[in-house]
Design a protein around this ligand. Structure first.
Ligand SMILES: Cc1cc2nc3c(=O)[nH]c(=O)nc-3n(C[C@H](O)[C@H](O)[C@H](O)COP(=O)(O)O)c2cc1C
Length: 304
């Protein structure tokens, strides 16, 4: 018998635990020529802001060993264009849609949460951890008192489950996680990218126009696993784990550390089929271990 793959997360049923990570999957259109998006557990959209943003000037991607550094800077068409032009496309598919929202101020987060709650999205992911811009910036996500304030205010306007996306660019991620939980977050997602920098030794200039950017991809997997493990012990709300997942075994590790759902990001750039392969890899792991359900994985770590 095949293991069951469905997961309930914040009261929402997912057909399988594999999502795409915000900013690495656009609004799904480009990937829909590779496979039926209904195969996915869910799609997390590119981060949206109250108004259209063109993002940072190029160069805004730098290659690194085992990952990439980006400083895209929340390029997006704005919340209204997302709701009228992109959401109807995504709703053709039998998969969950997670809106990723970013703001410059507490009131912008509230305004976005209110507006997006009236749309057909299933969950709201609040990005308070983007290292590349002020909007959605780490300014909010790196102080527990500011996290508490912005999450508790936004929660008043969110009529859908509110997932708070945490920054790894902090000394103690559990403090931030607890602040978000105390403020009423329904769930947490982690990790966003890790602040990094590269320099072109010929020109002596930073490779990225913004000087610094966010590191993602396989290089960050062990950091993400460690943070999910720590946060799982610190809070009761469920977690979405991401950071460097590119195969089923990476996802199994993330789930054993404490994630209920997993997201695949940078891996999609080099292998558009990565989320499907991750899903199939989780299923194969369960079959090989003769487990009947993916639920058996979350937090199943056996410590020394
Ligand atoms: C090019 C790029 C753009 C991203 N844009 C967003 C974004 O708009 N909002 C957000 O919350 N995270 C954004 N992220 C972070 C990812 O969603 C994810 O948290 C991070 O890349 C770690 O996962 P990965 O190693 O699988 O890519 C972006 C990442 C990349 C590489």
């Amino acid at each position: 018998m095949k293991p069951t793959m469905n997961v309930e997360f914040c009261g929402v049923e997912f057909k399988n635990p594999v999502l795409t990570a915000s900013g690495t999957f656009g609004f799904g259109r480009e990937y829909s020529s590779f496979y039926d998006l209904s195969e996915l557990g869910g799609i997390c959209i590119k981060g949206i802001t109250p108004k259209k943003r063109i993002g940072n000037p190029p160069p805004r991607i730098a290659e690194t060993p085992m990952g990439i550094l980006n400083s895209v800077g929340l390029q997006n068409p704005g919340i209204d264009a997302f709701i009228s032009e992109e959401l109807p496309f995504l709703k053709q598919f039998d998969t969950r849609v997670i809106a990723n929202i970013s703001g410059n101020t507490v009131s912008e987060y509230c305004e976005m949460a209110e507006k997006i709650s009236d749309s057909q999205v299933d969950l709201i992911e609040m990005n308070i951890s983007c290292p590349n811009v002020k909007a959605g910036g780490m300014a909010f996500g790196t102080s527990s008192s500011m996290v508490f304030d912005v999450v508790s205010e936004t929660k008043k306007y969110a009529k859908k489950p509110l997932v708070v996306k945490l920054s790894p660019n902090v000394t103690d991620i559990t403090e931030i996680a607890v602040a978000a939980e105390n403020a009423g977050a329904s769930g947490l997602s982690l990790i966003n990218t890790i602040l990094g920098m590269r320099i072109d030794i010929k020109t002596k200039r930073p490779i990225l126009h913004q000087n610094t950017g966010g590191l993602s991809g396989p290089a960050v997997l062990p950091i993400a696993i460690r943070m999910v493990y720590q946060v799982k012990k610190a809070v009761k709300i469920p977690l979405i784990g991401m950071g460097g997942i590119s195969c089923g075994n990476d996802a199994v590790e993330m789930m054993l550390a404490g994630a209920s759902l997993v997201s695949v990001g940078t891996a999609c750039f080099s292998n558009p089929m990565a989320p499907i392969e991750v899903r199939d890899g989780i299923q194969k792991y369960l079959e090989d271990c003769k487990r009947s359900s993916v639920h058996d994985l979350c937090g199943g770590l056996i410590e020394y």
